[in-house]
Design a protein around this ligand. Structure first.
Ligand code: BGP
Length: 491
């Protein structure tokens, strides 16, 4: 019997997370420019989302209306406050503030809008946790500048951040730079994270090209884009601290930890390599302020040339983060055996684990993996950690106006129990914001019916519905969890 009490710290930040492009709608309202997300069609579980150069009439672009949080934020924040939220992770749509991205001055209406949203959070004592760039960069920057491959983006991003840091000084103190920046380590992140456009009409994750090997030029452009984000992130971390010493800046990584598929040392080493490349590479740059040693060999083996400038290394060294955040939905396995089948996961492919179940979208469910990961990250970085995305994407049924989402409660409960264990292990975990606390558009498929929320929104995959909000069973369960600081997880 363990002598350590498993308990959440008193000031633990309980809450939920959303992103502007998946919830706000109002894509062209009050001076907002088109973002990259606004050029992406809806897909399904089996047919991919596509990028279109023009906005085509008759196409379904889910971000255009999303669930209309833009006009309903008061009602929505009230619902979140009803669960006792201490923190609310949301993003600023960069193209509301700088519609094209390269202007010298901001769009006042955009600035006003987020001020109202943050004040509304504060009214209920909710701390906003703001992602500066969540898969929604101004489209103009992709089309005209080639997205993050162009160093000019550093300057544009810096101007945008300076504007919002000054405008929201005293209202916001927790900032995240780039959502899941490490998706750029693989081809998956090329468009959503790097803003590097595919051909007109092509699927957003480059699946069509999966059998066409990426050229060394394409790979180099992708890693140069990531490098530019490292520099930009470090610069704005320094700026945030200069503008307000209360500001705390974090990085945000996607994680799908890799287990060796077998105890064959080749599989063990493959798993280690995957962890290094997919998680620790970006984590090390943001938290330790330098490129880790193991990437040199990867860059050489894959003929990757990164366009760096003098002074970049120094900026990266200085602008390290105050805390680390990540999304965690699933784990995966690694093997060198080509006969073992790969399956999808959150922005990553991997081998599925015979010991674990998966969601209806094939994402492996692994609560213990979260505890393992928390320990791995904390032992490596010794920085406060926050889980800023986690949850079960599932189809919900409305029965007599009620939504009995026991499966969601069970998923969250199992993960919260492992978080508690990790805290008892000694990990400094400071917050938890499950993904999509109000139903919103899925990033990977564009579906509405892949739902994560405690609050149901009446809208289907084709975009039909009244948009009314309804509390699911998980709403009351999470309210009780927060009220008892994670003590009462009973169903
Ligand atoms: C993460 C993204 C989110 C979110 C989540 C769930 O990768 O940061 O934006 O969407 O995954 O994924 P999905 O919406 O595809 O189910």
């Amino acid at each position: 019997m363990s002598k350590i009490l498993t308990k959440f710290p008193e000031n633990f930040l309980w809450g939920g997370a959303i992103a502007a492009n998946q919830i706000e709608g109002a894509w062209d309202v009050d001076g907002k420019g088109a973002s990259i997300a606004d050029h992406i069609t809806a897909g399904t579980k089996s047919s991919p989302r596509r990028f279109t150069k023009e906005i085509l009439s008759g196409e379904n672009y889910p971000s255009h209306e999303a669930v209309d949080f833009y006009h309903r934020y008061e009602e929505d924040i009230k619902l979140l406050a009803g669960m006792g939220f201490k923190v609310f992770r949301l993003s600023i749509a960069w193209s509301r503030i700088f519609p094209k991205g390269d202007e010298l001055g901001p769009n006042k209406a955009g600035l006003e809008y987020y001020k109202k949203v943050f004040l509304e959070c504060r009214k209920y004592g909710i701390e906003p946790l703001v992602t500066l760039s969540h898969y929604e960069m101004p489209y103009h920057l992709c089309e005209t500048y080639g997205g993050w491959t162009n160093r000019k983006l550093i300057e544009f991003f810096w101007r945008y951040c300076e504007t919002v840091f000054k405008e929201y000084k005293g209202l916001v103190k927790y900032w995240l730079t780039f959502n899941e920046m490490n998706t750029l380590v693989s081809r998956f992140g090329t468009l959503l994270c790097g803003g590097i456009l595919p051909e007109d009409g092509e699927d957003i994750f480059g699946m069509r090209r999966r059998n066409i090997p990426e050229t060394k030029e394409e790979r180099s452009a992708r890693f140069t884009a990531l490098h530019n984000q490292f520099v930009a992130g470090a610069k704005v971390a320094l700026l945030a601290h200069e503008i307000d010493c209360e500001n705390k800046v974090g990085c945000m990584l996607t994680t799908a930890p890799s287990y060796p598929y077998t105890c064959n040392p080749d599989d063990v080493f493959e798993a280690k390599n995957q962890m290094n490349r997919s998680i620790f590479f970006c984590g090390d740059v943001c938290a330790k302020g330098k490129y880790p040693y193991f990437m040199n060999r990867y860059f050489a083996d894959n003929e990757i040339t990164i366009l760096k400038e003098e002074g970049d290394d120094e900026i990266i060294r200085q602008g390290t983060v105050d805390f680390m955040t990540f999304s965690y939905y699933s784990s995966r396995c690694a093997t060198v055996d080509p006969k073992v089948i790969q399956t999808a996961g959150n922005m990553m492919m991997g081998v599925s684990n015979p010991y674990l179940q998966a969601s209806d979208w094939g994402w492996t469910i692994d609560p213990k993996g979260l505890r393992i990961l928390l320990n791995d990250l904390y032992s490596r970085y010794e920085l406060p950690l926050m889980i800023v995305e986690n949850g079960l994407g599932a189809v919900d049924k409305v029965e007599d106006g009620q939504i009995h989402d026991l499966y969601r409660i069970q998923y969250l409960k199992a993960h919260i129990e492992e978080m508690k264990e990790a805290i008892a292990d000694g990990v400094n975990l400071i917050g938890y914001t499950p993904w999509g606390c109000i139903d919103l558009v899925s990033a990977s498929t564009g579906e509405m019916e892949k739902r994560y929320g405690f609050v149901y929104v009446d809208k289907d995959n084709s975009g039909n519905g009244t948009l009314w909000r309804r509390k699911k069973d998980s709403y009351e369960w999470y309210r009780k969890c927060i009220a008892t600081n994670g003590e009462d997880l009973s169903v």
